[in-house]
Design a protein around this ligand. Structure first.
Ligand SMILES: *Cc1c(COP(=O)(O)O)cnc(C)c1O
Length: 365
């Protein structure tokens, strides 16, 4: 069986570094807000060239804390894509906001920037594009629209795209705020839950830091309402160890993605490839293709030891919890994509032999 996301090989390659980092934390005993937290934040700031990095409990928490820092109020509208993991819209609703869904580009599955302007109203308080599958949304176009409408804040949901570039700049540092996740199977993962918020805005960074620790501006001075949203020292230590190999892993993911695309094209396999725009790199948080008869293809691949997954089988406006926000705009491309997308095994340690087996299986599936 080929692993869908090969975390075992990654651990085998980094075992001494990870164990040493974990042992150091166990020895100093500062399990909450220990020195590894600031060390990781510094390294991630440097990597993204973002002025501030605030580590938080998860990617979901990063979105929540960002929306709280932007002071989102009940009834405020947030424009986003329905073709994403639920957390994107979930946090909007949790703070009382109203997700306004805008359809996707059929060839990248990212939000279609050209449809955003028509969805803006005086109540629009944020835009959340998702950099789906590891390719950034058209951030500059979205930033320009936001700027034309009174500088609406733009939050990049970069949970799947940490390490990707857009016009030479890093994902997470492309708009007002960038949010990422260190869920184990994301491009940069820990061994539990973790995430981070990135911004170049000093006041927003300060707000996020306070909100992360129950709104405290000093110990037991609760300046605002916050959450318990910290990332554990141990999880930060694990990400620090993984950073040693991260540049190589990103290169690998890009190489493996390119090889999949070349071989699927060459073989004439019945799988449609997504477009990667020439001004960005894709880190393939998921390697996703479009197929017809997805259920049948998945079953036949499974029988040959090839696991697959669907990101995502139903757009959010068709989910029971979010149908109330479906609006009247019509989101046909998201619905079509949800019926056709299928993700193949992807990780930095996937070998060419394993990839060959996947493509061969696709040909006969
Ligand atoms: C994974 C993911 C999240 C949530 O991240 P967690 O760390 O699991 O909370 C949010 N948005 C998208 C697009 C994701 O893929």
């Amino acid at each position: 069986m080929i692993p869908f996301s090969d975390l075992k090989s990654q651990y085998a390659a980094l075992k001494p570094q990870i164990q040493e980092r974990i042992n150091r934390v166990l020895d100093h005993g500062q399990y909450i807000m220990g020195p590894e937290v600031g060390e990781l934040e510094q390294q991630l700031s440097a990597y993204t060239e973002s002025k501030h990095c605030i580590t938080v409990a998860s990617g979901t928490e990063a979105l929540l804390i960002s929306l709280m820092a932007l002071n989102l109020k009940p009834g405020d509208e947030v424009i986003t894509t329905p073709f994403t993991f639920a957390a994107t819209a979930e946090m909007v609703v949790l703070v009382g906001g109203v997700p306004v869904f805008v359809d996707i580009e059929p060839d990248t599955c990212n939000i279609d920037a050209s449809l955003i302007e028509a969805a803006i109203t005086p109540r629009t308080k944020a835009i959340i594009p998702v950099s789906l599958y590891g390719q950034c949304a058209d951030m500059d176009e979205i930033n320009a629209i936001a700027a034309r409408h009174g500088n609406i804040p733009v939050i990049e949901d970069a949970a799947q795209s940490f390490g990707a570039t857009y016009k030479g700049r890093r994902s997470c540092n492309l708009s007002t705020i960038g949010c990422t996740s260190f869920f184990p199977s994301k491009p940069l993962g820990c061994y539990g839950d973790g995430g981070a918020v990135f911004t170049n805005d000093d006041a927003l960074a300060q707000a996020c830091r306070e909100i992360r620790v129950h709104g405290q501006s000093a110990r037991y001075t609760h300046t605002r309402v916050g959450v318990g949203g910290r990332m554990d020292t141990l999880q930060c230590a694990i990400v620090l160890a993984k950073l040693e190999r991260f540049a190589w892993e990103i290169e690998q993911r890009e190489r493996i993605g390119a090889r999949y695309r070349e071989w699927i094209r060459e073989a004439g396999a019945p799988a449609e490839l997504l477009t990667v725009r020439p001004d960005r790199s894709c880190v393939w948080g998921q390697f996703t293709v479009m197929v017809s008869d997805r259920d049948g293809v998945q079953k036949r691949l499974q029988a040959r030891g090839i696991p697959t997954a669907v990101h995502y089988p139903r757009p959010l406006h068709q989910q029971p919890a979010y149908a109330v926000y479906a609006g009247s705009r019509g989101l046909p491309r998201s619905e079509t994509a949800a019926g056709r997308v299928m993700s193949l095994p992807m990780s930095a340690d996937l070998t060419p032999e394993q990839q060959r087996a996947v493509v061969d299986a696709l040909l006969t599936a």
